[in-house]
Design a protein around this ligand. Structure first.
Ligand code: HEM
Length: 200
């Protein structure tokens, strides 16, 4: 992955910031970041409570939706779509696709946090990560709206918006990895102790 990212980085320069290559560069960076987080989270000591239910799938879905929203944001940035839409009324459909993407991303993250809060006896790390995801989301929405309303004039806001997008993806990746670990160790316990399966 890092080799592929290096090639994309080179192409970004030689192809003079071609938008599809820049967006692929952002997408691969997030995948590489996620791979590191999955490896780290898989190695953490973790005691399963066996109460995760559908949370592994909800986590996976929310991660995919927010990842897609980041790619749409990357397209807006690399095509200069926001500036073109404000100034010339062009490429507004690219800008609007990122704005529309807010709806599924927000619903997925808030829905995940809601289920986390309503799940009894969930492990402490999953509870914390579930709440953290919604905290990042709120900051991200505020930063996105500020970037948009100030018409990209305040560069640190754009950088923070980019960074919070990565933080949100990272938090969801860690949540999903731990939720799958929880679910898989529950299944393993059920296989080795049929009594446990009956009780669960
Ligand atoms: C879950 C919510 C959101 C996520 C995950 C997200 C993620 C991103 C990402 C990763 C970028 C690319 C930044 C870059 O390449 O430097 C971006 C760009 C952008 N986003 Fe968002 N965003 C979200 C919500 C919003 C909202 C609510 C708005 C405004 C109402 C917004 C407006 C923008 C704009 C204007 C850009 C382009 C910045 C530029 O041209 O450099 N975003 N977004």
């Amino acid at each position: 992955m890092i080799g592929f990212q290096g090639v994309l980085g080179g192409l970004t320069v030689t192809q003079l910031l071609r938008f599809d290559i820049v967006t692929a560069h952002l997408g691969t960076a997030l995948l590489f970041f996620s791979a590191m987080l999955i490896m780290g989270t898989a190695l953490l000591p973790y005691t399963s409570t066996g109460t995760v239910g559908q949370l592994p799938w909800l986590g996976l879905g929310a991660t995919a939706i927010v990842y897609g929203q980041c790619l749409l944001g990357g397209l807006v940035g690399s095509r200069w779509a926001a500036r073109q839409c404000f100034g010339l009324g062009e490429l507004c459909q690219v800008m609007n696709s990122h704005l529309l993407g807010i709806v599924p991303a927000t619903l997925a993250v808030l829905g995940l946090t809601w289920v986390v809060w309503r799940t009894p006896a969930l492990s402490y790390p999953l509870r914390r990560l579930g709440s953290l995801a919604s905290t990042w989301l709120v900051f991200q929405l505020v930063m996105g709206i500020a970037t948009f309303r100030l018409r990209l004039q305040v560069e640190p806001l754009t950088v923070i918006h980019h960074t919070l997008g990565a933080a949100l993806v990272g938090t969801l990746v860690c949540f999903t990895t731990l939720a799958w670990r929880d679910a898989l160790s529950r299944d393993r316990a059920a296989l080795s102790h049929p009594d446990y399966a009956q009780k669960a």
